[in-house]
Design a protein around this ligand. Sequence first.
Ligand code: CU
Length: 116
Amino acid sequence: MRRSVAVAVLFLAVAMAIGGSGSGNFTASAQQKPETVEVKIDNFSFGPAELTVAVGTTVTWTNRDDIPHTVVSTDKVFKSKVLDTDEKFSYTFTQAGSFPYFCSIHPKMTGKVVVK
Ligand SMILES: [Cu+2]
């Protein structure tokens, strides 16, 4: 009796594990392209430095550095305030094009978002 309960519990656990990972994979593959893309600012660089996204995508920059940075579009399309550690800036790209940007505090820090 004890043994059959243990077997039943084990079976249930295995079924849940398989079901859980299976549905996770299904959700991931069934999803549309993400509408939000993250760029991390760390160690004086944007990562990824160059990014290609679809029109309508929101890009969120997060400052993971322990130094303040900004995200400023070279063509003045968008401009963040000074981002302290763990602060974020988001911009939604509604037009196709190439959008280079830089950090106004450290102009050697550059990145680009290509919108298609
Ligand atoms: Cu900077």
